[in-house]
Design a binder for this molecule. Structure first.
Ligand code: GUN
Length: 302
């Protein structure tokens, strides 16, 4: 069997068309566009590449995009003051502080300082709580989990009653996607298991999964024999395993590998996401959707 590829790039393109049309309509009717600030601390190549992609997408959609880069040694106080500045800035609807932050920064304190109504990442405790309750309470679903759920829905995979196994328990992916898939809602209603580094028999759990969501950050962690034939495999891993020269640009680029052995897994799974070009583009798309949503909430048209 050869799995059906769930291409994040294709789904992204469909959603971006929808967002662009909405942005134009709001601009015509209300004279405003969504405003997004991306705060990048330091010079981690991975973070630079993620933030660059976010900025490019926002600008392409006609958003007001502010790129605020800060040095690695910025103090907690200065970063808090920066967040506060954008909390008070009426032209900004979304504040994104790229993670991870340097060790000396109190990440929790920074994330908690973001106005929950501008928290388009969905990381503030208020938004985490809203997500837990589900339904109309949810304002900003976190971007990667929202992208994963959208891919599963658009691929036509049955989620109701499905055994979903999530590998990894991070606040950014594992915990929120587990919570979202168990909600009483379309694209959810699943039976969810979360497995992690202390799980005794990871293989046994994975083998039961109708939908296997892997967000462990360990290249090739999930072995092909752990995959149930016909299952939907969502690979969230973006592991930099080396460098190569791009055939397109002639520049040095990272070699990326997922958490799943793609070549073998695609012969067993029913659906699978590639790396790159799978979940990654969806995360950015959902960030744009949340920023637009934030403006809509402000205008009372959400
Ligand atoms: N670092 C890795 N993923 C994310 C994300 O979704 N948002 C932010 N702010 N930082 C990240």
């Amino acid at each position: 069997m050869t799995a059906k590829l769930i291409k994040g790039t294709e789904i992204r393109d469909q959603i971006l068309v929808e967002i662009e049309a909405d942005v134009k309509k709001i601009k015509d009717e209300h004279g405003v566009v969504p405003g997004l600030v991306t705060i990048l601390v330091g010079e981690s190549p991975a973070s630079i590449s993620y933030v660059t992609a976010k900025i490019k997408t926002a600008k392409g959609l006609g958003f007001n995009e502010i790129q605020d880069n800060q040095p690695d040694d910025i103090s907690n106080e200065d970063l808090l003051a920066l967040v506060d500045k954008y909390n008070k800035d009426d032209s900004i609807n979304g504040i994104l502080v790229q993670l991870p932050l340097p060790k000396h920064i109190d990440e929790k304190k920074i994330l908690n300082a973001i106005d929950p109504d501008k928290d388009v990442d969905g990381f503030h405790p208020v938004n985490v709580g809203r997500l837990m309750i589900g339904g109309a309470e949810v304002k900003f679903p976190p971007c990667t989990p929202a992208g994963i759920q959208e891919m599963i829905i658009r691929a036509g995979v049955e989620t109701s009653g499905a055994e979903v196994v999530v590998v990894g328990r991070s606040n950014i992916v594992g915990k929120p996607i587990a919570n979202m898939m168990l909600q009483k809602a379309d694209g959810a209603n699943s039976t969810v298991t979360v497995i992690h580094t202390r799980t005794k028999d990871m293989a046994a759990h994975c083998k039961r999964a109708d939908i296997l969501i892997v967000a462990a950050g360990v290249p090739g962690l999930v072995k092909p024999e752990w995959i149930k034939p016909g299952a939907c495999v969502i690979d969230v891993g973006v592991n930099r395993v080396g460098e190569k020269i791009s055939e397109k640009t002639g520049k040095k680029i990272a070699i990326l590998k997922g958490d799943v052995d793609f070549d073998e897994a695609k012969e067993i799974a029913g659906f699978i996401t590639p790396v790159p070009g799978g979940v990654g583009p969806m995360t950015i798309t959902m960030l744009m959707k949340n920023t637009l949503k934030s403006l809509k909430f402000k205008l009372g048209i959400a």
